[in-house]
Design a protein around this ligand. Structure first.
Ligand SMILES: O=C(O)CCC(=O)C(=O)O
Ligand SMILES: [Fe+2]
Length: 224
């Protein structure tokens, strides 16, 4: 006797839905609205923890391979190492050869670019970005991200890759309210997954020394 046709196997019992304790991350439109209003914005969980972990792993691998260089100040022929100004190490990302994780970050930043252009008419174009490693004790003194006479960097974006970062670890990004250093707007801790974005020409800022290694990706959207 031929076996009777069998129906589909019974569906497995439904997993209970996990309730996420966290607020959903801000949308690119919300980030752009905050940037339009106050010129800078802190966004927690801009990328999910898994992606933060992948990017951190990539940074560590490239660090171990000796790929990072001491960061300089200035552009082109004017670029010089200025250890009294900054002591971090950087590795530029190559837009034509992004890893899968970097591609995910690129897409999220692209959504911010489009939202900012819609709301603020900044005409942001291409993105340049590097990994940064601040060994314990490293710093980047007060500066503006726009070089004199070279105003193409319009929007600065920093994504932190720290693991379980605590206030006692230090390493805050100190944001001033404008281009003078009279008033501090905020000390922003480099918590993993957090994105700080700000108008490059408008805010003096500095990286305070940390007690442990501090990892990040810093990027700038330029206009033509
Ligand atoms: O890492 C940060 O918090 C800011 C870095 C920075 O200001 C820069 O690379 O220009
Ligand atoms: Fe900066």
């Amino acid at each position: 006797m031929p076996p009777s046709p069998q129906g589909p196997p019974p569906a497995p019992p439904q997993e209970p839905q996990q309730e996420s304790p966290q607020e959903p991350p801000e949308s690119p439109e919300q980030i752009a609205a905050t940037l339009a209003e106050q010129g800078w914005c802190v966004t927690d969980a801009f990328v999910p923890p898994l992606l933060v972990g992948q990017l951190r792993h990539e940074a560590r691998e490239r660090w171990d391979a000796g790929a990072f260089r001491r960061a300089g100040v200035g552009r082109g022929a004017d670029r010089e190492l200025r250890p009294e100004v900054r002591t971090d190490r950087i590795l530029w990302l190559e837009p034509a050869a992004l890893s899968g994780a970097q591609q995910c970050l690129w897409e999220r930043l692209e959504a911010v670019r489009l939202a900012v252009n819609r709301q603020m008419f900044l005409g942001l174009q291409e993105l340049e970005a590097h990994f940064a490693v601040y060994p314990a004790g490293a710093y980047y003194r007060k500066h503006l991200d726009q070089f004199h006479g070279m105003g193409r960097r319009q929007l600065s974006c920093v994504l932190y890759l720290g693991e379980d970062w605590q206030a006692a670890d230090g390493g805050a990004l100190r944001m001033y309210v404008d281009t003078t250093d009279a008033v501090v707007a905020a000390d922003v801790l480099p918590v993993g997954g957090r994105l700080v974005s700000f108008l490059s020409a408008r805010f003096l800022h500095e990286v305070l020394p940390a007690r442990r290694e501090r990892l990040s990706i810093t990027g700038w959207f330029r206009s033509r």
